[in-house]
Design a binder for this molecule. Sequence first.
Ligand SMILES: [Zn+2]
Length: 145
Amino acid sequence: MTKIGKAIGWVVFGFGILLGLWGWFGTLNPPANGGYEVTRAIAGGGAVIALIGLGIIVMVRQMSFAWRRIESRIAEQTFAECTLCARALNVENDPMSRDCGGDCWGCIGKIEADEAWQPSVDYVQLEIGEGWRFPDGTAKPTPTN
Ligand SMILES: [Zn+2]
């Protein structure tokens, strides 16, 4: 989409430059019978079209920046927080924040342990021992150091 928009912008810009040059050369060697006015008008029109082309290029650039910002904001909302407890995901010093498909390991580990899924029961026990979870298996908040 951005590429097409930019290509259109450049084509319009190039067309305007060519038209402008053609008109400008025309004014240097004007044909008889008031041809000067016509070629000057063509040169002016070419310049305007070239400016419009530049305008399109700049507009497409701005739009693509804005779109990228929107996209990254959507990505943040989708992936940056646990959908169950809103803990920030994939925080470096927070083992409970590991991303388990949009939920944090803190929540998922406890759910799985509560369902007696043995590997998670073992992990959660270990993590209670490490001080990352409360004795009931609930994840402690993200460390704030
Ligand atoms: Zn969570």
